[in-house]
Design a protein around this ligand. Structure first.
Ligand code: SAH
Ligand code: SF4
Ligand code: F3S
Length: 452
């Protein structure tokens, strides 16, 4: 190796989109570290910038192009000495278009080709022009990821499944992430153990359809998510487990029972339903009804009475009438959500719903306002119900103000406690006194009190 190869290089990573992208960005950073890349907080002066992109809605995509415009100016100011890589779902969906629209980009890498980054960078150094790799290789990217991952912290995210075969009418994910694929059990367990050794006390298992998990078990047979969760729960030192994102159709009996039987499983489930209208659910190709969703929620509440739900909603999908929207509002009222993400429908190129007659934008916006007001109210109600409870909190670090420590409740709410000692990584009982819209305030319940 020449000294030039060994010099340290500055890497700046920008991440958009879902937790899978956050995970992937961390893995790319791990992959480039042995090549001398250390991360920096700003793109100015960076030798390499990775823009890890999201294609889910139009606005997400627009953000990429405006950011690229700014990077181009910086790159020129550095005399061209800045390698720009676009990765993620926009790279996958728009590879060729991107290369034409932004020829100052050096690399376009789809989400399945990250493990080839070092090789692609070398290619880009040799070549004048954009290097594009948006293949779906036969080998799994997960098999090629480095062992020496940087610690993520007390709460760590672990990708176990990727891709989607469900083809909802509105969604780009099956096209950008490819077919549904699960990591083998041994592989997941090794990474989970490594995370715990590095200080993780809560692990969130990630996948576009995480409950469709069917990774190969040590016995050669496919293992379900419930079975994997049981095995992960055996890891000593790990306090809590959750998984996201789930599809209602993959909430198996076994997985519902796991919420009763697996003590480390948190009483919180993100279960996107999208709409409460059967007609729209059919148009969305969701393959379940609103009542199917109600039944799943009810059975989960029987299995784990303190379980709280979060969900995703789309308003203004093609064909949605006022009556359909009213059905969605009714489902929300009946279910009661602790948290939710909601969006107006955004037509995505190449998806079936994009070519159908569209709902008027002002109508969709008005519906979204109504729906978000209801969901906000439910979130406040949920937070208010926690006030007065003594509940375990996993401490993650210091709070924003001096003398404060911060952690998470079992329902993912940030909790702030006035306390001098560092409790990072510990689970302690906290009495909740006050609920703000986005956080809870409490005091530690001391040990004698618990014993009593
Ligand atoms: N796999 C998950 C979620 C994937 S994307 C699931 O099955 O639900 C995250 C959320 O983005 C979706 O749940 C949906 O609510 C929203 N979304 C996806 N495509 C969209 C589109 N074209 N317009 C608006 N919102 C969209
Ligand atoms: Fe998209 Fe539907 Fe797959 Fe979720 S289940 S990723 S919404 S196609
Ligand atoms: Fe976006 Fe791709 Fe995730 S489109 S939401 S980054 S899977």
């Amino acid at each position: 190796m020449s000294t030039a190869d060994r010099k340290t290089r500055k890497l700046h990573v920008v991440t958009h989109g879902c937790q899978m992208n956050v995970y992937d960005s961390a893995r790319m950073t791990d992959l480039l570290r042995p090549l001398g890349y250390t991360t920096v907080d700003t793109p100015e002066g960076a030798d390499m910038v990775i823009l890890n992109t999201c294609h889910i809605r139009e606005r997400a995509e627009e953000k990429v192009f405006s950011q690229l415009g700014r990077l181009r100016v910086m790159k020129e100011a550095q005399g061209g000495n800045m390698m720009i890589a676009v990765t993620g779902c926009v790279a996958q969906a728009e590879g060729e278009v991107l290369a034409k629209r932004a020829p100052f980009v050096d690399l376009v890498v789809g989400p399945q080709a990250y493990h080839r980054l070092p090789e692609l960078i070398a290619q880009a150094h040799r070549k004048n022009g954009v290097v594009i790799d948006t293949d779906f290789p036969v080998e799994q990217k997960f098999d090629h990821l480095p062992d020496d991952a940087a610690p993520q912290g007390v709460i760590s995210f672990l990708s176990i499944q990727e891709g989607c075969d469900k083809f909802c009418s509105f969604c780009v994910v099956p096209y950008t992430r490819g077919a549904e694929a699960s990591r083998p059990v041994a592989n997941v367990l090794a990474e989970a153990k490594r995370m715990v050794a590095l200080g993780a006390r809560e692990i969130a298992l990630l996948g576009q359809n995480v409950n469709a998990y069917h990774g190969e078990g040590p016995d050669g047979a496919p293992w379900s998510l419930a079975r994997l969760l049981d095995r992960i729960a055996e890891i000593e030192g790990l306090e809590r487990i959750r998984y996201t994102t789930s599809h209602p159709n993959d909430m198996s009996d076994e997985l519902i029972s796991a919420h009763r039987d697996n003590a480390k499983l948190m009483p919180f489930l993100h279960l996107p339903v999208q709409s409460g209208s059967d007609k729209i659910l059919r148009a969305m190709n969701r393959k379940h009804t609103a009542d199917d969703f109600r039944r799943i929620v009810e059975r989960l509440r029987q299995a784990r009475p303190d379980i709280a739900f979060s969900s995703d909603f789309i308003v203004g999908h093609p064909g949605e009438t006022d009556a359909d929207f009213a059905d969605t509002m009714a489902l929300i009222r009946e279910t009661g959500f602790a948290l939710a993400y909601s969006f107006t429908y955004s037509p995505r190129p190449g998806t079936p719903a994009a070519s159908q007659p569209q709902v008027d934008a002002a109508v969709a916006d008005a519906r979204l306002q109504n729906l978000q007001a209801l969901l906000r109210e439910q979130q406040n109600t949920f937070n208010a119900r926690i006030v007065g409870l003594e509940t375990p909190v996993l401490f993650t670090g210091s709070g924003r103000h001096p003398g404060q420590i911060a952690g998470r409740s079992l329902w993912l709410q940030p909790v702030v406690v006035q306390h001098d000692a560092n409790l990072t990584g510990q689970v302690r009982m906290v009495k909740i006194h006050h609920a703000n819209p986005n956080s809870l305030l409490g005091t530690l319940v001391d040990k004698e009190q618990i014993a009593a």
